[in-house]
Design a protein around this ligand. Sequence first.
Ligand SMILES: [Zn+2]
Length: 81
Amino acid sequence: MPSDRLKKLIDCLHDNHDAGCDCAAAYKEFECLAEQAVRGVDIHELLPRVALHLDLCSDCREEFEALVSILGEDNEHRVNE
Ligand SMILES: [Zn+2]
């Protein structure tokens, strides 16, 4: 029923400042999280909410994976020098 969907939406809005369902909030953590991911840290342990959001949101996942690959290339470059 629509009321169920509405409730979910409201829950999502309520948790906006610290929940994984908000793209803007997840995006803020991307840079830090990508740096850790490049080092092989499990982002699910580091920031479960953001990691969960990445699992659910393909837009954010694409952004994040692009960032990880950019940072990864950067790291390789530095190691080679
Ligand atoms: Zn998102």
